[in-house]
Design a protein around this ligand. Structure first.
Ligand SMILES: [Zn+2]
Length: 1003
């Protein structure tokens, strides 16, 4: 059985042997299938009364999953399925709280809780390691999904409604507000997302996949409440539901739970229809645009993507063949399609590429280039078609094929962080397609079939390329270019539309809008009543495990003094190795180049072999090699800085020797001297950095705000913040890279000191021996020098800066960071509970529910000695910063009860109760070892968290904010217009000092 699970017990096994035809609690067993590779038994059932379908993957994993999925094809671009998902989780008959989802996030041990709208279905999955908690969560989700209130005001709040820009002022402009409306405006801020939208819209225009299930902000306001409720009746019925269960709870226990809730339903005909896309007889070309600021440079910002509709997701042999072909063509840096595109110099990097089988029906293939020019579309297509033609002519070699199959194995063997969800998504694809839900789960058989096909007919892939790509007329060439005028034009059109709408409305209607704005705000501001909250099933602190879960790790010291950790976690035939180097003493001027060093490890040659050869070896024998850096502090009173650079890889048992050779070559001899290749990498990295403000605005803002707080804040800033964006603008423009090469080599040589090395391994016994022997040899070949801290001067930034970082986007990311006690402080566990309480009880409430931002919160980090506030895809700036400022006042007035604190305790303690999965455990064990986070320390913190009282939390939080709020630093990432508008609203000392993220605003 897959996991070392302390919580499983004998009575969790099915007490009766289930067999086909059996009837239990009104469910008929369709079949029972042993799935040895997944260490599970699959039990498929159908509920006679309602027609609901159930699949249970029963095994010994203590993390149980409950999920209800409905096929929900979008009828249009109003985002109906997405708005439905939000509203369903906004109060139900038995649990009439405004936001049961967030209440359960606060007070359960859920290891996963969410709802997701995909292009053709909506999923409601929850996971927990604690049995009672699991059924509590399932209960709340069940009632939400099948008995939601769906009040008109909920629809207005989550979907869309009209408001006056100044509340109560009927002379002010009419605006549109709504959680989903704002969320989708934010989601569209990034050009990458715009390109994905354009692909879907144009590749299958005649199917639901061509519609926007998330919602196009221009179209969302057309959705009516009547359409909305009709859609619910059509799709949210047990007959239309797929119920997926996973874990060690007995099947009968699930069925008993479900049968009570399915009583009284009768089967209904499914309205879900997923028509196929009629095939084209001629390839198509489409042009689209994405907005950039007026006057921004548009050179080198165009996307060109070739897309094909290739087949059917139920044809599992073809799906596996295409998954392998994707790896052959694009799967490593030297792969023929990828290389041809990069070498063509027609653009900066490959993007939006690969095989996609996420729809229930059809599959597609995509090859794209970003950082190009609109007039290069034909040339790009020619490069793609020529490269495909070459591969088809020459045929796929046995080595390429083996590497591809090796790569695919990870996808099916790996027990990753959300493993039950991975299995859910594979099962449900087929289920929704009306096919066997176990089809994709039997990966072993399909990979064997694929190998046989390739052995029998080595030209098999050539024929696939010919038929499905080269000769396929259902091909779309998409060109998406930046347009500096489109946003202004859209804004003006929108303003005019709202103005004429306002003029068309009677005074009575305007008053009504003002009144309903008042009403919605009133509902938003009213907290859930204690009676409503009391309806929710409540786990008690006494139900929690007394101790956190530990990763079973043993440490040994090699003859050279290096440390090797071995983590005893089941890894399903995959081995995980991290080799970490202490960066103490690294000259501070080299820190900014660590990111480029990481790129070199992924993309350059090594040990006398060029990058194509190294990429091929990496693909042949490993699941990839990565290099990353991390800054932490020791958890003991020393609070010493722990600065690490870590190589990580994974490999299958049989490839251990070869995989370690590749890793060794990168560690000892990564070679940055291929100047042409290095310049390509700089251009790719610049393209990535330019997108970061739009894609990772919150992280950028947090690091920027925290850069004045200690050496770790400063080093984080220069290795991962705005200076990186600037650095690549400079580096990519430089003709001479000699200095750069010298710095990369300096980093490499700095690392090669045996006293810096700690390794962490999870996997099989034989590979462990080989790792130990190699690590011994490697460290022998390294120098043996004392590790001493270097001097790091960091610029003393002005205390309490208020800053704005401007980049093109139509939302904001507002952050505020202040100093806080170290994790070794006795008050630290209390602050983690307090941070959670303030985050979920106040900041989330104000910023998300009242302010309609997509997310918001605050939290205490003991290892970085910070307390930070953040908002995510936020329509506001001043308002949100005011919310942060008022938190002290909120706590003073809040009158927290022990029951409130207990909920926060449960939420905080669950961090220690996460399932232990082999990949993440390898890194976590390493970090715990390095920062001295021993089981004793973890247990003490856990016990302290469980014992937290309301009085302590209040005192600790007031002390924290009173002392440190005056030193807080604020940083907002948003558009220049929004930042300037915020300054106009506040002015004076509250003004944000605005600078552009990209030099000259990217102009
Ligand atoms: Zn959403």
């Amino acid at each position: 059985m897959p996991y070392p699970c302390k919580h499983s017990s004998m009575n969790s096994f099915n007490s009766v042997a289930l067999s086909a035809g059996q009837n239990i609690y009104g469910f008929v067993v369709s079949r029972v299938v042993p799935m040895p590779r997944l260490r599970s038994t699959a039990i498929e059932l159908i509920h006679q009364g309602s027609g609901a379908r159930v699949l249970h993957l029963h095994n010994e994993d203590a993390e149980n999953l409950f999920s209800v999925t409905f096929p929900t094809p979008p009828p249009d671009d109003t985002g109906l399925p997405h708005i439905m998902e939000h509203c369903v989780l906004a109060g139900s008959k038995r649990f009439p709280v405004k936001d049961p989802f967030f209440e359960m996030v606060k007070c359960s041990m859920a290891t996963f809780i969410n709802a997701m709208t995909a292009s053709d279905c909506t999923m409601y999955p929850v996971c927990s390691n604690v049995r009672q908690d699991f059924f509590n969560l399932a209960e709340v989700y069940w009632d939400a999904v099948f008995h939601p209130i769906l009040a008109p005001n909920t629809f207005a709040r989550e979907g869309h409604h009209l408001e006056f820009s100044r509340k109560g002022d009927l002379s002010s402009d009419l605006i549109i507000k709504g959680i989903v409306y704002n969320e989708m405006k934010g989601a569209r801020s990034s050009p990458d997302a715009k390109v994905y939208d354009a692909i879907d819209k144009n590749l299958w225009p005649n199917t639901p996949y061509g519609k926007d299930s998330g919602g196009d902000p221009d179209v969302i306001p057309q959705l009516t409440y009547e359409q909305f409720t009709r859609y619910y009746d059509d799709f949210y019925h047990p007959s239309n539901a797929c119920i997926f269960l996973y874990g060690d709870i007995a099947t009968e226990d699930h069925l008993k739970f479900l049968s009570q809730r399915l009583a009284g339903y009768s089967p209904a005909a499914s309205k879900a229809c997923l028509p196929s896309q009629p095939r084209w007889f001629e390839p198509r070309v489409k042009q689209d645009v994405y907005p950039v600021g007026p006057g921004d440079a548009t050179e080198g910002k165009t996307y060109i993507v070739a897309n094909w509709l290739v087949g059917n997701s139920r044809d599992v042999d073809e799906v596996f063949a295409f998954a392998a072909l994707e790896r052959v063509l694009l799967g490593n840096q030297g792969a023929p399609l990828r290389k041809a595109l990069i070498d063509s110099k027609l653009g900066q990097d490959v993007s939006h590429s690969g095989f996609v089988a996420s729809g229930a029906n059809e599959t597609s293939f995509h090859i794209g280039l970003k950082g190009s020019e609109p007039d290069r579309a034909d040339a790009v297509l020619k490069v793609i078609m020529d490269a495909l033609g070459d591969v088809a002519d020459q045929g796929v070699t046995a080595r390429q094929f083996d590497a591809a199959v090796q790569q695919l194995a990870y996808r099916f063997l790996e027990i990753d962080t959300n493993y039950p969800l991975t299995l859910l998504s594979m099962a449900q694809r087929m289920w929704l397609a009306g096919a066997d839900p176990l089809l994709w789960l039997d990966a072993d058989r399909h990979l064997k079939n694929l190998k046989k096909r390739f052995e029998d007919a080595p030209r098999f892939f050539s024929e696939l390329i010919d038929e499905k790509l080269l000769d396929n007329t259902h091909r779309l060439l998409l060109v998406v270019r930046p347009d500096g005028a489109v946003q202004a034009r859209k804004d003006a059109e929108f303003a005019a539309k709202m103005q004429s709408l306002k003029q068309s409305l009677s005074d009575d209607r305007l008053k009504q809008i003002a009144a309903s704005q008042e009403e919605l705000d009133g509902e938003l501001n009213a907290p859930n009543s204690p009676q409503a909250l009391a309806t929710l099933p409540q786990l008690q602190v006494r139900d929690l495990p007394r101790k956190p879960r530990h990763i079973p790790t043993t440490a040994e010291t090699l003859a050279t003094g290096a440390t090797l950790l071995r983590n005893d976690v089941f890894a399903n035939g995959i081995n995980y190795l991290h080799v970490s180097f202490d960066l103490t003493g690294l000259p501070v001027e080299l820190y900014p180049y660590l990111s480029l060093y990481a790129e070199c490890v992924r993309k350059m040659g090594a040990a006398g072999q060029d990058y194509v050869a190294m990429a091929q070896r990496m693909a042949d024998y490993t699941g990839g090699i990565g290099f990353s850096t991390a800054l932490n502090s020791r958890v003991d009173e020393s609070a010493g800085l722990v600065s690490q650079a870590t190589f990580s890889t994974k490999f299958l048992d049989d490839n251990t020797d070869k995989a370690l050779e590749v890793l060794r070559d990168f560690i000892f001899a990564v070679d940055p001297r291929d100047v042409a290749r290095l310049k390509d990498i700089l251009i790719q990295e610049r393209a990535y950095q330019r997108m970061r403000a739009a894609n990772e605005g919150m992280g950028i803002a947090l690091r920027h705000a925290a850069r004045g707080f200690g050496i770790d804040g400063y080093l984080n800033h220069i290795t991962d913040g705005v200076p990186q964006i600037h650095l690549y603008e400079t580096l990519a423009a430089e003709a001479n890279v000699d200095g750069l090469i010298a710095r990369i080599e300096a980093v490499r040589d700095f690392l090669l000191n045996r006293r810096r090395v700690t390794a962490s391994f999870t996997g099989s016994a034989k590979p462990l021996e080989i790792v130990r022997a190699n690590l011994g040899r490697w460290t022998e070949q390294m120098s043996d020098k004392p590790v001493a801290p270097g001097k790091i001067d960091w610029p003393a930034w002005q205390i309490a800066p208020r800053e704005g970082l401007a980049a093109p986007m139509n939302v904001a990311y507002c952050t505020m960071v202040m100093p806080a006690p170290h994790i070794s402080s006795p008050v630290a566990p209390v602050l983690s509970v307090g941070g959670r309480l303030l985050s979920l009880g106040y900041v989330l409430e104000e910023v998300r529910f009242k302010g309609t931002a997509y997310g918001g919160g605050c939290g205490y980090s003991g290892s970085s000695r910070q307390f930070a506030f953040h908002s995510y895809r936020d329509p506001w700036i001043t308002r949100t910063l005011d919310v942060y400022q008022r938190s002290l006042e909120h706590i003073r007035q809040a009158n927290w009860q022990q029951s409130d604190v207990d909920r926060a305790i449960i939420g905080t303690a669950k961090e220690g109760e996460r399932p232990i999965r082999p990949g993440p455990a390898t890194g976590a064990a390493l970090m715990r070892h390095l920062i001295g986070d021993t089981p004793d320390r973890r247990e003490n913190r856990h016990a302290r968290i469980l014992a937290t009282t309301a009085i302590e939390v209040r005192a600790a939080m007031i002390e924290q904010l009173e002392t440190n709020m005056p030193q807080a630093a604020t940083c907002v990432v948003s558009s220049r217009e929004k930042l300037e508008q915020a300054n106009n609203e506040t002015g004076g000392t509250s003004s944000l000092r605005i600078e552009d993220v990209l030099p000259g605003g990217g102009k």
